[in-house]
Every structure is written in C-alpha cells, then in structure tokens.
Design a binder for this molecule. Structure first.
Ligand code: DLL
Length: 438
C-alpha cells in the first residue's frame, strides 16, 4: 500500500530493538527501585522471593519476579498500591469488575502526560490528524476510555466532540451536523450506531466519517468488515486496561496488522496461563505487563488475563514496536463447554459469515444433570425471522453445523427477533453463564 506514513514520535516508535531493550532495562530498574522503596505490597513480594532490585541485570531476569494480580489490587483497595503521596496524584480512575470492589488507579501529572502522548501516537498511526473532528462516544467518568482519547485528540490538534455515551439519535444528529470524521467507541456500540443509521435511512456516504477507533472489548475480523462496510470507514483496534493506564497501551496503524505496543513505556511478556511460565517469542498466551515509567501506580508483571500473541517484525509503516494480535478474549471470558475451550469471538466469526445473520448475539451457558449446554441466541434479519418455518429451520441447521465444525462442541442456535438483544452503550455483555447460579 502506498500511503503517507504519519508518525507521532518517530524517535520513540521506530527505535532499533537493541536501543529499545537498553531503555527498557534502565526504566525497569528505576521502576523496581521505586516500588521496593514505596509500595508495601511489592516490598512483601520481593522479600518473599528473596529479590533485590539490584539483582536485575537483564530483561530476562524479570521472569524471576512474582506476578501482580487483580487480587493484589483488591486487597490493597483503594490506595494501597500507590507509590506517591496523594498530593502528587492528580487523577483517579477505576475499573468496575463484575464482582466485588472496583480497582482504583491513580495518575501524577507526568503520568497524564505519558497517557496523552501514547494515545496521540496510536491515533496518529490510525490516520487521525489536526483536521479531524473526533466524536468520542465512550462514557466520560471513571472509565478511562473517554478521557484517554480526549487527551490524545487534543494533543494532535484535532477537534474533540465529547458527546459521551448513550442517546443514539442525538449521536447521529451531531455526527451529521458537526461533520464528525473520526468515531471513538466500543465496536459493539459502533454497530448500534450503524443499525440506527439504517433505520433512519441515513446514508453513511452523506457523513464525513472516515475512520473508527474501536477498543475496550474483544471483536473479530468479521466485525471489522461489518463496521467498515456499514459505516463507510476504516476501522482500527486499540487496546488498554485501567490497571496499566487505560487506552494507549497498544493501537493499530492503518495497515491493520496488529496493535503497536508502547514498549518504551510497558514491557510485555506472554505466559502460559496455567503454569505461569514465560513462552517463547511468537506463542499465544496470556499477556503480562510491567509498567516502565509510571509514577503513581506502577505495576510489576500484571496478569491481564488477555490472550494474545506478539509479533516483533517491523511493520510496513516503519514502527519497530512489537505488534499485539487482536485478543481472542480474556481467560475469564473463555467458556469451557464440555471440556472444550471456546471464546465468544470464535462464535462471532462463524455467525458473521452466515447470510441473514445480524451482528448481535448472546451466549447462554447452562448446566443440567451435570451436562453443560450452550445456547446461542442470534438476531436474524426480518426476512428470515418472519419467513416460513422451513427456511428458519434450514438457517438453524446450517449455523449449528458450522459452529460444531469450528468450535468442536455442539451448540443450540435460537433465532431471535431483530433488535431483541439488549444493546449496551459501553462494553457488550455477550455471555450469560447460568452455571454459577445453579
Ligand atoms: O477498556 C481501556 C480502554 C478504553 C481500551 C478504551 C481501549 C479503548 P478496562 O475497562 O479496565 O479498560 O478494561 C480492560 O478490556 O483487559 C481487555 O480484556 C478488554 N479490552 C480492552 N481493549 C480491548 C481490545 C479499558 N481492543 C479490559 N480488544 C482488557 C479486546 C480489549 N479486548
């Protein structure tokens, strides 16, 4: 592809690997010294493992350090893992888990500056620039999505529309009238916007929209195609998590060949989620992240639970930073149905390939008589839903057959009326697991 390559911070994003590793080692030593000095949780962990920050001589030595988990954050709720006094903290965010207390994270002024820089990087990589009008449809609040993208947009000089989440009709009115050119939201909300546009007879070509920056939840390549076609945009993926910073940890450039990981600020490892062993380069496994420059809330070997793979080849765009493959989902979202591991994104990929299937689905997992069952509720277009029983039956048989081949486990497909599955403004809720309730 012959396209102009815009790079926000060429020096940092195109560093030769050797220099990058040297920088990582220096920053890692600084971070370890900081947490050993200031954070009781790490003092205890290091003591237990007999580790001193001065023991770290190379990046490989990191594997000798214990992991940090969400449980550590819960135990130290709310501010126990902060490495600076509260007077230096200028912002607090938190991530709402499905159970228990949220995790609380803090930022110093410098942390906010780093965050801004890293979001500006991936937005530039996706092709957003000063002339863009960025429509931020993430909810502003404790969730990091909206603020992160907001700072990044302002840094690159784009015009921000901080519309926040919800009120889909108003979103569309503003998108039309204010000429929004870059859309920021979850991919599932992107589809909700596309649905509503179709219902209202809005032609995507009549809009100024040209690029989408989607993140905060897993989505398949098929979903990308759907978003690109129905919104008339290029759809890019970006990844992050509040415990590490929020958005800006990794993001795709317009070549869409994996998300460039901000390796000068975060060190990535891929581990076997069961044994905790570091896996060789190119393996699929759980992503573990160590922050290298964070001041208020440094994280050492944080287990993200996200399953992915890293590619260290230089990208066509010239960036040398490793690229993170689209995550297949979190280890805790992975369903184990009759002993077979299934990610919702695998199901999504199959469904989207079937004609007449709407991109809205929900998975209901249950257990009866000690037997797991998986029901997939799928919205189909009106033509199929109100069609003869025979044709509906054919659709179901075809879907069940394809799913059984791809997943290796049988699932029951249930067709549901268009628009009947609850839409969420933020992250989609794909799975209802009734096994925990029984
Ligand atoms: O979702 C941060 C974010 C906001 C990222 C906006 C990108 C855009 P949390 O609410 O803490 O933070 O959720 C983090 O969401 O561990 C992943 O499981 C999932 N996730 C985030 N981005 C992606 C993505 C924000 N692009 C958790 N693909 C992470 C798949 C994602 N999963």
């Amino acid at each position: 592809m012959n396209v102009p390559v815009n790079i926000w911070n060429r020096e940092a994003e195109c560093l030769p690997r050797e220099e990058l590793c040297q920088l990582q080692l220096k920053r890692l030593q600084q971070t370890l010294t900081l947490v050993a000095d200031k954070v009781p949780c790490y003092q205890a962990k290091f003591k237990e493992s007999g580790f001193l920050p001065s023991d770290l001589k190379s990046l490989e030595d990191l594997k000798n350090l214990p992991f940090t988990t969400k449980e550590d954050l819960r135990v130290n709720y709310p501010y126990g893992m902060f490495a600076v006094p509260m007077r230096e903290v200028v912002r607090i965010h938190s991530s709402s888990g499905t159970t228990g207390k949220p995790t609380v994270v803090g930022y110093t002024k410098d942390d906010i500056n780093t965050w801004t820089e890293l979001v500006a990087r991936f937005m530039t990589a996706a092709g957003v620039g000063a002339e863009d009008i960025v429509h931020i449809a993430f909810g502003y609040g404790l969730f990091t999505g909206a603020f992160g993208l907001h700072y990044g947009s302002e840094a690159i000089g784009a015009s921000v529309i901080p519309i926040s989440g919800g009120n889909t009709d108003k979103q569309l009115m503003i998108m039309q009238d204010y000429r929004s050119s870059a859309l920021v939201c979850t991919p599932s909300y992107g589809l909700t916007l596309a649905d509503r546009m179709e219902k209202q007879g809005i032609d995507p070509k009549s809009l100024a929209l040209r690029v989408g920056l989607f993140g905060a939840e897993p989505w398949s390549e098929q979903m990308r195609v759907e978003l690109e076609q129905r919104l008339g945009i290029i759809a890019t993926d970006n990844y992050g998590l509040s415990e590490i910073m929020g958005p800006g940890v990794a993001g795709e450039c317009f070549f869409k060949q994996g998300m460039h990981f901000a390796e000068d600020h975060f060190l990535a490892e891929i581990i076997d989620p069961d044994s905790g062993e570091v896996l060789p380069e190119g393996s699929v496994g759980e992503l573990v992240i160590t922050s290298l420059t964070k001041q208020a809330f440094p994280m050492i070997r944080y287990r993200t639970r996200d399953i992915t793979r890293l590619n260290y080849d230089t990208c066509e765009c010239g960036r040398t930073l490793a690229r993170m493959e689209k995550t297949r989902g979190r280890t805790d979202d992975m369903l184990i149905i009759k002993g077979v591991n299934v990610f919702p994104t695998q199901i999504e990929e199959v469904l989207f390939q079937i004609e007449g299937c709407e991109p809205h689905y929900q998975l209901i997992v249950d257990r009866q008589n000690n037997m797991d069952s998986l029901e997939i509720q799928v919205e189909v277009n009106e033509h199929i839903f109100f069609d003869e029983m025979k044709q509906q039956r054919q659709f179901v048989v075809q879907a069940e057959k394809r799913l059984a081949t791809v997943l290796g486990v049988s699932a029951k497909v249930k067709l549901v009326e268009p628009s009947s599955i609850t839409r969420h403004e933020g992250k989609a809720v794909r799975v209802i697991d009734r096994r925990q309730q029984s």
